[in-house]
Design a protein around this ligand. Structure first.
Ligand code: NAP
Length: 293
């Protein structure tokens, strides 16, 4: 069997275009332009590149970007003060503080300072609690993107056996909650899980969010299963550097029914879902119904 490759790049482009259409309608009908503030601390090249792509996508969607670049040695109090200013700025619908932060800053304090209604990353404990309680709120972008990709293959995930490898607050745990909300039967695996390959072989839906290059092998996959690879790992191969996922793509594609590539799978969906969250946040703050994207 050769798996269908889920084209995250194309699906993300469609989603960004749909957000753009809804945004322009909001501007025309309500005079409301959603704004996204992105705060970058320091010079981490990966973070800089990521923040650059976010700002470009924000402008393309017809939203207003507010970029803040702070020096690597900024104090925690100065960063908290900036977030508090953004919290009360009516032009700012969403706030994203790019992680990781330098060691002098307690990331959990910064996350907790963001106004939960503007928390487009969905990392604030209140939004994590809303998600776990099945209440409306803002959910993290990468897990949202995973669900949207899975639903392009199977419109309903109800009753499917889903295995999520990884239990981080930014991917594994919220992904498990979103899958539960889709009525999947969810198992969350981690570094202490016994016989991970056997567990994975039971999964109709397998999500890998581990951070270990090509750890998931072909013989871990149930024939015909859907495999969503969240991992982004840079490896050096024959003297050349390239990105690989947490799944051995060649082996898995020979067994799975559908699979996301790396790059070009989950990655592009994260930014598209950030735009969705910014639009949702703007609508929520204006007491308007949630947008249809
Ligand atoms: P993380 O915080 O390091 O969490 C990794 C998880 O994997 C942990 O729960 C850990 O278990 C588990 N794990 C590690 N080794 C394992 C093993 N041998 N067997 C089973 N489970 C194991 O990472 P993360 O932030 O969730 O990110 C995961 C991956 O997704 C990374 O490659 C990251 O770059 C990528 N990512 C991609 C996007 C995107 O936009 N596509 C966004 C975010 C992250 P324990 O909890 O027991 O330690």
């Amino acid at each position: 069997m050769t798996a269908r490759v889920i084209d995250g790049k194309a699906i993300a482009a469609e989603l960004r275009a749909a957000v753009g259409t809804e945004t322009r309608r909001l501007v025309a009908e309500r005079g409301l332009t959603p704004g996204l503030a992105v705060v970058l601390v320091g010079e981490n090249p990966a973070s800089r590149a990521y923040v650059g792509s976010k700002s470009k996508a924000v402008v393309e969607a017809g939203m207003r970007p507010f970029d803040h670049h702070l020096p690597d040695d900024v104090s925690e109090d100065a960063l908290v003060a900036l977030v508090k200013r953004l919290n009360v700025d009516p032009a700012v619908s969403g706030i994203l503080v790019q992680l990781p932060l330098p060691p002098q800053i307690d990331a959990s304090r910064i996350i907790a300072t963001v106004n939960p209604d503007k928390d487009v990353d969905g990392f604030h404990p209140l939004n994590a609690g809303r998600l776990a309680s099945g209440l409306p709120g803002l959910a993290p972008c990468t897990p949202l993107g995973c669900i949207k990709l899975a639903k392009t293959v199977q419109a309903s995930l109800a009753g499917l056996d889903a295995v999520v490898i990884g239990r981080s607050n930014i991917v594994g745990k919220p992904l498990a909650q979103l899958l539960l909300a889709e009525n999947a039967t969810v198992t969350v695996a981690h570094s202490r899980t016994r016989d991970l390959p056997a567990l994975c072989r039971r999964a109709d839906l397998l999500f890998a969010a581990i951070g270990r290059p090509e750890m998931v092998r072909g013989d871990w996959i149930k024939p015909g299963a859907m495999v969503i690879d969240v991992g982004i790992n840079r490896i050096t191969d024959g003297g050349k550097s390239r990105l690989v996922g947490d799944v051995n793509f060649t082996e898995a594609a020979a067994v799975a029914g559908a699979i996301t590539p790396v790059p070009g799978g989950v990655g592009p969906m994260t930014i598209a879902c950030l735009l969705v969250n910014t639009l949702r946040a703007a609508c929520m703050q204006a007491d308007l119904p949630a947008p249809g994207v």
